[in-house]
Design a protein around this ligand. Structure first.
Ligand SMILES: Cc1ncc(COP(=O)(O)O)c(C=O)c1O
Length: 387
C-alpha cells in the first residue's frame, strides 16, 4: 500500500451528506431545531442535565472560566494541552497555575494539584489527554475539599468513561470539542455541559451576545410579547452552534460508540505490535476507565529522528503538545515541572482514526519497527527503506 497516511481523519459517510440536506432545503442554517435536538441527545448521552451547543471547545472553556468567576484568582491547570485550555483562563482574567503530570499517562498529577493550592485558588481544569481519563476520584475529592470549581476539558475525550460515567459529566462543567478531527466532528463545534440550571441559563445567554432568548424560540415557540423583543443584561459573545453543524453532530453522535470501538481496535493492534520494541514506550492505560482513544501517543528515545523517518515514508506524525508553560506568553506563570519537561521531548503522535485501513496501519508499524531495528544495530537509518 502506497500513498500518504494522515495522522487524523474525520469519518464522514453517506449519512452525514444526507443530514445536511434538510437544513439546506429549508434554508434554516442558523441556530434552530437541529441545535436543540443535538443538545438534548448529547445531554442524555453524557448524563448531564444541560448541554449548550457552541462553536468550539475554546468558547466552552472561556464561558466555563467566566461563570466560575476566576478573574484575579488562580486556576490550577496542565501544560500538556492545546493552548485553548490556558488561553481561556487568561480571557477571563485568571492566573494559570501549572501543575506537573503523571509520567505514564501525561494527565495532571493529583498530588501536584493539592500541593499548589493557595487561598487564591478558585478553579481546577483537567484535560483528559489523548482521550485517557484523569484520576477523577482524587481530583473530585480535592476540588470538593477546597471548594474549587472542577472543569473537565473533554475536548479529546468524547465517549470516554471513568468508573462507568462519561468523561465531561463528572466535574461541575464539561467542555467538548467537535473540531474537524475530533472523535465527534462537525467541522468546528463544541458543547458546554453542566447539572447546574442557573449556570446553563447564563451560558445560553452568553453564547449569543447576552440576549435573553434565541431567534428560533422568539419566532417559533410562543414567545411572550413581540418576537423581536429581547433583553440584554450582560455582554455576551457570538459563540453559538448552527444547524448545519448540529445536523452533522446528530449523525456523528449516533455512530460515536462504533467509531470509538474502531479506534480501540487500532490502538490494541499498535500496542500489541509496539510493546517491547527497543527505544519505544507506550503510555499506561488505567483500569479505572475507558479512553476515548482520540490520539495514539508513543514515547520514542529518538523522537525527532523517528518523525523524520516516518515523514520520509509518507507517514504523518507530530508532537502534542509543546508544554504550554514554556511558551513565551506563559512566562509570567512559569513553573518548574520536571516530569513534563523530560517527557514531552519523547512524545510522538502517530496515525489513528476509526477507518484507518489495516494495511496502512501495518505500514506504520513496520516503519517504526525497522527504524528501531536499524538504531539497535547501531546503523544510521536510511531515509527510504522501500516499505
Ligand atoms: C485539550 C483541548 N482543549 C481544547 C481544544 C480546543 O478545541 P476547539 O478547537 O474546539 O476550540 C482542543 C482542540 O484541539 C484540545 O485538544
Amino acid at each position: 500500500m502506497t500513498g500518504r497516511i494522515q495522522m487524523f481523519k474525520p469519518w464522514f459517510e453517506a449519512a452525514e451528506h444526507e443530514a445536511l440536506r434538510q437544513p439546506l432545503e429549508t434554508g434554516w442554517v442558523g441556530p434552530g431545531p437541529k441545535v436543540k435536538e443535538f443538545e438534548q441527545r448529547f445531554a442524555q448521552y453524557v448524563g448531564a442535565q444541560h448541554a449548550v451547543a457552541l462553536n468550539s471547545a475554546t468558547a466552552a472553556l472561556h464561558l466555563a472560566m467566566l461563570v466560575s468567576e476566576v478573574k484575579d484568582r488562580e486556576v490550577l491547570t496542565t501544560p500538556m494541552t492545546f493552548v485553548s485550555t490556558n488561553h481561556a483562563i487568561l480571557y477571563a482574567g485568571g492566573r494559570p497555575v501549572f501543575c506537573d503530570v503523571e509520567a505514564d499517562t501525561l494527565n495532571i498529577d493529583p498530588r501536584e494539584v493539592e500541593r499548589r493550592i493557595t487561598p487564591q485558588t478558585r478553579a481546577l481544569v483537567v484535560v483528559h489527554y489523548a482521550g485517557h481519563p484523569c484520576a477523577m476520584d482524587e481530583l473530585v475529592g480535592i476540588a470538593r475539599r477546597h471548594r474549587l470549581t472542577l472543569i473537565e476539558d473533554a475536548a479529546q475525550a468524547c465517549g470516554g468513561t471513568y468508573g462507568g460515567r462519561k468523561l465531561g459529566s463528572i466535574g461541575d462543567i464539561g467542555c467538548f470539542s467537535f473540531e474537524s478531527k475530533k472523535n465527534l466532528s462537525t467541522g468546528d463545534g463544541g458543547m458546554f455541559t453542566t447539572d447546574d440550571d442557573r449556570v446553563a441559563e447564563r451560558v445560553r445567554k452568553l453564547r449569543w451576545m447576552g440576549i435573553s432568548s434565541g431567534t428560533w424560540d422568539r419566532f417559533n415557540n410562543g414567545h411572550p410579547g413581540r418576537a423581536w423583543e429581547y433583553e440584554v443584561e450582560e455582554v455576551g459573545f457570538k459563540y453559538g452552534m448552527n444547524d448545519l453543524a448540529a445536523a452533522l453532530g446528530l449523525v456523528q453522535l449516533g455512530k460515536l460508540g462504533r467509531a470509538n470501538a474502531l479506534r480501540r481496535r487500532v490502538v490494541e493492534r499498535y500496542r500489541e505490535a509496539l510493546e517491547g520494541v527497543e527505544g519505544i514506550e507506550l503510555l499506561d492505560q488505567r483500569a479505572y476507565g475507558q479512553s476515548a482513544h482520540y490520539a495514539m501517543i508513543i514515547k520514542a528515545d529518538e523522537r525527532d529522528a523517528l518523525s523524520d523517518y516516518l515523514a520520509a515514508h509518507e507517514i504523518e506524525s507530530a508532537v502534542h503538545f509543546y508544554p504550554n508553560h514554556l511558551l513565551p506568553i506563559y512566562q509570567p506563570y512559569a513553573a518548574r515541572l520536571p516530569v513534563v519537561e523530560a517527557e514531552w521531548k519523547r512524545i510522538l503522535t502517530i496515525p489513528l482514526y476509526p477507518h484507518l485501513a489495516a494495511e496502512a496501519q501495518e505500514r506504520v508499524i513496520a516503519c517504526i519497527q525497522s527504524f528501531a531495528a536499524e538504531r539497535a544495530a547501531g546503523r544510521a537509518v536510511p531515509q527510504a527503506a522501500g516499505l
